[in-house]
Design a protein around this ligand. Structure first.
Ligand SMILES: [Zn+2]
Ligand SMILES: [Zn+2]
Ligand SMILES: [Zn+2]
Length: 84
């Protein structure tokens, strides 16, 4: 879906707070919360800190991290990738 159709996407996307999972476990697959900058591990990690963060805070939109220009953005509320 289009980013513009996702009401969860923040107007001013946050910069990452950290360069590894804030839950403390080492995992190469990270997601950054674009609402507050929280860095958590992805759903394939058993801890699923990014998903837990979305559940606890209502911050739905996460980007792959480290980001590059092809970095997919995911909305946990819409369960869909966001494309510009
Ligand atoms: Zn959404
Ligand atoms: Zn957040
Ligand atoms: Zn984690």
């Amino acid at each position: 879906m289009k980013i513009s159709d996702c009401k969860h996407y923040p107007k001013n996307p946050a910069k990452p707070n950290a360069d590894k999972c804030e839950g403390g476990d080492p995992d190469p697959e990270l997601r950054v919360c674009l609402t507050c900058g929280h860095v958590g591990c992805c759903d394939s990690n058993i801890f699923q800190h990014a998903k837990n963060h979305a559940k606890e805070t209502g911050h739905a939109v996460m980007a792959y991290y480290p980001t590059d220009e092809f970095s997919p953005i995911w909305c946990y509320e819409h369960n869909d990738y966001l494309e510009s």
